[in-house]
Design a protein. Structure first.
Length: 328
């Protein structure tokens, strides 16, 4: 069975975009692949995080992974920092990385272009750590949003470079990008990705949002002056975004939804989208509340770290032996 690996960086509460673009797909993948899913808490601290908030976000992320349908009996779920080879191989991959490559990575480019101050060295080299996250497990596939594809490409480049220098060691991973719902956009500004860092709190729906508040956000979503429901990301980005949300959650093809709403207004369409979103959130939240009252979180992380650690330590030892770091 082919191996797949991915993770989410919980610097804030998980969003509907995270669910549609990643979590819901993981549930499908766990029966088709040997699936490893980790919570990327080391990546969180490339910028300052309030410890209390971070601790809560981490616990919520794990509970929501489970509430969305991931089953620790069918996949491996773990906390990145619980498997120490992630950080160790991260440094070794940093030593394989060229500054020119890291200068081209999107997040660093954006922050330097905006002349942000106090950019940490951790943020600069985190793509090398992300490559290590993937390469530790010889992952064949990595599900990512289209804006994260360059990280998998860097992992492939580093793996190939290492293999050429030291002998065949790493599998070259392939990115897996969903065609529909891979990148859910902000409800208030559909030119931007739905983000946990949304300052207005109007463009982002969180999985733990009050149901009525979530519906209200859908009803207030930015649309356009065209006046008819069509899927056209350039001319009608707001409506296209809502169509992707509805299609992803309901399973109904976008073209069928568009056909049903010919001659109807945006208000009626938004109302149906709001109901679909509300029903999905209610299901997730009911399961989440059950999980946080149980010992499932602690048990899942303990068993996941043990299983992932066995693979990661073995791979790290092989890497270090190939490089000459280990002498016995």
């Amino acid at each position: 069975m082919k191996r797949m690996l991915s993770g989410i960086k919980p610097t804030g509460q998980l969003t509907l975009g995270n669910y549609i673009g990643a979590l819901r797909n993981f549930v499908r993948y766990q029966d088709d692949y040997e699936l490893y899913v980790f919570i990327a808490n080391l990546h969180c601290v490339t910028v300052y995080q309030d410890p209390k908030d971070l601790r809560k976000n981490l616990k919520d992320a794990i509970a929501l992974y489970l509430a969305c349908g991931l089953d620790p009996e069918r996949c491996t779920i773990f906390l990145q920092s619980d498997v120490l080879p992630h950080a160790q191989l991260g440094f070794l991959m940093t030593c394989q990385s060229y500054m020119g490559e890291l200068n081209r990575m999107t997040q660093f480019k954006e922050k330097t272009a905006n002349k942000e101050e106090s950019i940490t060295a951790g943020l600069y080299v985190y793509p090398s750590l992300m490559a290590a996250d993937i390469l530790l497990y010889d992952a064949d596939y990595v599900p990512v949003g289209d804006d994260q594809k360059q990280h998998v490409e860097l992992a492939r480049d580093l793996a190939q470079r290492f293999n050429n220098r030291y002998g065949e060691t790493f599998v070259l991973p392939e990115p897996v990008i969903q065609k529909v719902g891979a990148r859910i956009m902000s409800l208030s500004d559909p030119s931007k990705k739905m983000s946990k860092s949304d300052e207005t709190n109007k463009g982002c729906i969180y999985l733990l949002d009050d149901i009525n508040l979530a519906k209200k956000k859908i009803m207030s979503a930015v649309t356009d002056m065209v006046g008819c429901v069509n899927y056209n990301k350039e001319l009608q980005p707001g409506i296209s975004n809502l169509l992707e949300i509805m299609s992803s959650l309901s399973g109904e093809p976008i073209e069928h939804i568009v056909e049903r709403y010919q001659g109807k207004g945006y208000g009626e369409f938004k109302k149906e989208v709001a109901e679909v979103v509300g029903a999905e959130l209610q299901k997730i939240q009911d399961r989440y509340n059950e999980i946080v009252r149980s010992d499932l979180l602690e048990r899942t992380l303990r068993e996941g770290a043990e299983k992932a650690g066995r693979i990661a330590y073995k791979k790290l030892k092989k890497v270090q032996k190939r490089m000459g770091i280990d002498i016995f």
